[in-house]
Design a protein around this ligand. Structure first.
Ligand code: PBG
Length: 337
């Protein structure tokens, strides 16, 4: 009935015309269900020992390995732009089998945390990656047993001490990303035993073994040969993400994360629907690199693709997003508001 042609005007008598809400930029802004603000963004940063100048990364154009000075400037800028967090990764000069530099208060990551915390105080959430892969000479996220397999429980003991070292350096929040069973519980207990009940844990709950981590391995000068399939999740699995989330919550996670983001938006939606705590998603190095590479070839509109990618992660349920675009997005937001 309502699709009958009206003879004089050559139009259909449609009751609903969704296009009415798409007519002008102002109308579209009004009708938008999702928007991304700087307070939802967390900037991941790399600080490398021994650098006097920031060093560009070939596979991540626009992203650098920071010197201590440029790291502090980046942190100040993150505060000024209103980002919610600053996630630090350290790249040490020397590595060993057990990742000793991760526990050393003078290790690069702990020094970086201290410098950033001195710079920003409580103005932004200072977060640190809690994992051994940047610190071990074999590049795995944990220590190895005699057969060369990652030894879950011996790694846990080190993670606990690493968490305390990061807390003492000034991290507000530690982010265990090694996918060892029981890591959140052991780190929570270690922090509490050290009197650091105030330090929170962002658990990389559903972290998949992804081909898209490629550029990150350059960013941290990774020495890994082989893969992380014996500890990171199989991309084929969905239920397992919910199990990992539940375990992390039971062990005391304050927030949970899904990673990578774009190839896992279905997982993100499910975790977001099930989680009683805030959910983060990590738009990882390969996601960044793909956008940059396609844009450099003139195949996509870079800025539009950046916005769409991050918007989709928010729409899928993320309360906060770790993205190498955080500063740039926040600058656009500031200029448009
Ligand atoms: C492990 C870690 C990785 C990333 C964050 N933490 C790499 C890995 O699991 O191999 C990836 C981040 C990215 O790709 O942007 N410490």
């Amino acid at each position: 009935e309502n699709e009958k042609m009206n003879d004089d005007e050559m139009s259909y008598d449609l009751v609903s015309r969704p296009r009415r809400l798409r007519t002008t930029p102002a109308m579209r802004r009004f009708a938008a269900e999702t928007r991304v603000t700087p307070s939802e963004l967390i900037l991941p940063v790399f600080v490398k020992e021994g650098l006097s100048e920031p060093q560009p990364l070939a596979s991540m154009p626009g992203v650098v390995q920071h010197s201590m000075d440029s790291l502090k400037r980046a942190a100040a800028e993150a505060v000024e732009l209103g980002l919610s967090g600053f996630m630090l990764f350290g790249v040490p000069e020397t590595r060993d089998a057990v990742g000793s530099a991760a526990l050393d208060p003078e290790g690069i990551l702990n020094r970086g945390i201290r410098a950033v915390r001195e710079e920003v105080g409580d103005e932004i959430v200072v977060m640190s990656d809690l994992c051994l892969d940047e610190f071990t000479d074999h590049g795995h996220c944990g220590v190895l047993d005699e057969q060369g397999r990652v030894d879950n429980d011996r790694t846990l003991e080190i993670y606990g001490r690493m968490g305390v070292a990061q807390a003492q350096a000034g991290a507000h929040m530690v982010a265990p990303s090694g996918m060892m069973d029981g890591q959140v519980g052991v780190i929570r207990a270690a922090l509490d035993a050290a009197g650091r009940e105030d330090v929170s844990i962002l658990a990389y709950s559903a972290k998949y073994s992804s081909a898209f981590y490629g550029p990150f391995r350059e960013a941290v000068d990774s020495t890994l040969t082989g893969d992380r399939k014996a500890y990171q999740m199989d991309p084929a699995n969905r239920r397992e993400a919910l199990l990992e989330m539940q375990l992390d919550l039971d062990e005391g996670a304050d927030m949970v994360m899904v990673k990578p983001a774009m190839s896992y938006l279905d997982i993100l939606r499910e975790v977001a629907d099930a989680s009683p705590v805030p959910v983060s998603a990590y738009q990882i190095s390969g996601e960044y690199a793909m956008i940059e590479a396609a844009a450099a070839n003139g195949w996509i509109n870079r800025d539009a693709a950046v916005r769409e990618s991050v918007l989709s992660i928010k729409r899928a349920g993320a309360n906060s997003i770790l993205t190498y675009y955080a500063t740039e997005l926040a600058r656009w937001f500031r200029d448009e508001n």
